[in-house]
Design a protein. Structure first.
Ligand SMILES: NC(=O)c1ccc[n+]([C@@H]2O[C@H](COP(=O)([O-])OP(=O)(O)OC[C@H]3O[C@@H](n4cnc5c(N)ncnc54)[C@H](O)[C@@H]3O)[C@@H](O)[C@H]2O)c1
Length: 127
C-alpha cells in the first residue's frame, strides 16, 4: 500500500516508518518537524522518505490524494504540553485531526488509523 505517516519524524514515526517499509509498503511523511536538529548524530538517523514539512492545521486535500492509508501520529503528545497551552493542543490534536480525517475521506483514502492515546482532554481533571 501507499501510506502517509503524519508525525513521521517523531518518536513513534521514526520506528514505524522503517517497519512499514520492511513490510513492503511505500511510505511518505508529513510533519511540521518540531524536533528538527534534535537527532542523536549529525544528519540524524531519520528514515529517508519523501516528507512534506507542513502543519496538519494547513493540510489540504491535495496532500492526501493517492494514498491507500493514513497513519496519523502528528500531534502534541503529552499531558504537560496540553496543560501548557490547551487551545493549541485542542486545535492540533482534536480539530485538525478531525479535519484531516474528513479530507482523507474526501481524497478517497480507504483507511485512517489514529494512534493517539487520547489520554486526557485539555482542561479535564487528571485521572
Ligand atoms: N510515545 C508513546 O509511547 C505513545 C504511545 C501510544 C500512543 N502514542 C501516540 O502516538 C502519537 C505520536 O506520539 P510520539 O510519541 O511519536 O510523539 P512525538 O512528539 O515524538 O512526535 C510527534 C510528531 O508530530 C509532529 N507534529 C506535532 N504537531 C504537529 C502539527 N501541528 N503538524 C504536523 N506535525 C506535527 C512533531 O514534529 C513530531 O515529529 C501521539 O498521538 C501519541 O499520543 C504515543
Amino acid at each position: 500500500m501507499k501510506v502517509l505517516v503524519t508525525g513521521n519524524r517523531g518518536y513513534i514515526g521514526t520506528v514505524l516508518t522503517p517497519m512499514l517499509m520492511d513490510a513492503g509498503h511505500t511510505v511518505e511523511g508529513l510533519d511540521s518537524d518540531l524536533f528538527e536538529r534534535c537527532t542523536f548524530e549529525p544528519g540524524g538517523a531519520m528514515p529517508d522518505v519523501p516528507t512534506v514539512v507542513k502543519d496538519i492545521r494547513d493540510v489540504d486535500v491535495a496532500d492526501l490524494l493517492g494514498f491507500d492509508a493514513v497513519l496519523h501520529l502528528a500531534g502534541l503528545s503529552n499531558d504537560p504540553l496540553g496543560d501548557y497551552h490547551p487551545a493549541t493542543t485542542r486545535a492540533i490534536n482534536f480539530e485538525a485531526t478531525v479535519h484531516l480525517a474528513e479530507l482523507a475521506k474526501l481524497a478517497g483514502v480507504g483507511r485512517f488509523i489514529f494512534s493517539s492515546t487520547c489520554s486526557r482532554q485539555p482542561g479535564t481533571p487528571a485521572r
